[in-house]
Design a protein around this ligand. Structure first.
Ligand SMILES: [Zn+2]
Length: 404
């Protein structure tokens, strides 16, 4: 068996522990040894850089590309699957080796990666976001017709649902279609023109059914939740992660600590909406205004949650922003008061725990899958991190290397 040694660099192990110089030995796709003075048959030179567990983005949409209503209308239905292949490649090149798709990707997209037909990160999929009538996922427009963000198809049931009985059946249909996680919008959002991010959506009885059915199937629920009311409703009913979490009050933070829930901030997303509008994309003015008004409140919520000790996992909402720009999120998390090491932990070990894959990957220690990223520089600096990813490895095999 060939022993590959990653030698001459610093090892960041995916925890909050201090990085240190060291070697990592990989055999048959798994890490078998971590230490100093190790040997191997084949060497990967890590000098001038550090080795990290492969990065994880817990909130992406690989079938989306800077969506606007006009763009959706003008995009052929099946183009989304080819776009997904291109976006998965960009994501992997960025150093992201595991993603959780927060809506859009169906089982075929995941299977194409699993079967090696297209290169991409390992995936967990939610398929579609559950939304109440008038909620963040309701496609109805004031023209009277639907502008379908995620057109329902055999692999992707509609997410529009009202009342506990309908919710139960729909959650079962989404699980049947292959979901690894159930996604719900418990508040309005930024990109949808006719709802408000501060309003709570779904009542407790409906959310309780979602977590009940997910738990029965051995999976978790993630909630798009921006206003405090909808965040608390999600937490009261057993949701595992709060996505966005723009308006967190002290009670919501306390509830997150009690529940052991994660915050997936996606600071990247509102900035991407503003940047897209400024570059001339036809984003509705209402969405741009909402994006501007949330940016400061959002960073403040992340700061207070982090100070209180809430678990944080990295997520970007890429698809709203550009695929492959995922690692910009770490700089934004740092600006919101997290140390560089905390942002790396959110993107490796902490994310792996949220995704329930921590016994397989997310840290560098013997027995773990050798999904690895080699980064120039040192782990105490996450500025322009995306430009410094030198090489990416899945199961110890190089799948991407930056052209110099
Ligand atoms: Zn999203």
């Amino acid at each position: 068996m060939t022993r590959t040694i990653f030698a001459g660099g610093i090892v960041y192990d995916g925890t909050t522990g201090r990085p240190a110089p060291g070697d990592v030995v990989v055999e048959d796709g798994r890490i078998v040894d971590v230490g100093t003075g190790l040997d191997g048959d084949v060497a990967v030179d890590c000098s001038g850089g550090y080795l990290s567990p492969g990065f994880m983005d817990c909130h992406v949409h690989v079938t989306l590309d800077n969506p606007s209503q006009m763009r959706i209308i003008e995009t052929p239905f099946s183009l989304q699957f080819f776009s997904a292949a291109a976006n998965l490649r960009k994501t992997l090149d960025a150093g992201v080796t595991t993603i959780r798709d927060a809506g859009g990707a169906d089982l075929g997209v995941k299977e194409a990666v699993d079967r090696g037909m297209i290169p991409g990160p390992r995936m967990q999929i939610s398929i579609i976001m559950l939304s109440q009538t008038g909620g963040h996922g309701d496609d109805w427009s004031i023209c009277g017709g639907d502008v379908p963000f995620f057109l329902p198809h055999p692999g992707r049931p509609s997410g529009l649902v009202d009342g506990p009985d309908e919710v139960r059946r729909r959650v079962r249909e989404i699980i049947r279609a292959g979901a690894d996680v159930i996604k719900v919008a418990t508040t309005g959002g930024v990109l949808s023109p006719h709802d408000d991010p501060r309003h709570a959506h779904f009542r407790d009885a409906e959310i309780a059914v979602m977590t009940e059915e997910a738990t029965a199937a051995g999976i978790h629920v993630m909630a798009h939740a921006q206003g405090a009311g909808g965040i608390k409703a999600a937490l009261r009913n057993g949701v595992r992660s709060i996505e966005h979490g723009i308006y967190l009050d002290d009670e919501a933070i306390e509830m997150m600590l009690q529940a052991g829930a994660w915050l997936v901030p996606t600071l990247h997303a509102p900035r991407a909406v503003i940047a897209a509008a400024e570059s001339g994309l036809p984003i509705p003015a209402s969405a741009v205004d909402k994006a501007r008004s949330v940016a400061d409140a959002h960073a403040d919520s992340v700061r207070r949650a982090h100070e209180a000790g809430v678990r944080i996992a990295m997520g970007t909402d890429c698809g709203v922003g550009a695929h492959g720009s995922n690692l910009e999120e770490l700089e934004l998390m740092e600006q919101a008061g997290m140390s560089p090491l905390d942002t790396l932990h959110a993107t490796t070990g902490s994310a792996a725990e949220l995704l329930d894959v921590a016994t397989d990957r997310g840290t560098i220690r013997p027995g773990q899958r050798a999904d690895l990223v080699l980064v120039d520089g040192d782990p105490d600096n996450v500025t322009k991190l995306g430009d410094r990813v030198r090489a990416v490895f899945l199961d110890g095999v190089e799948v991407s290397r930056r052209a110099d």
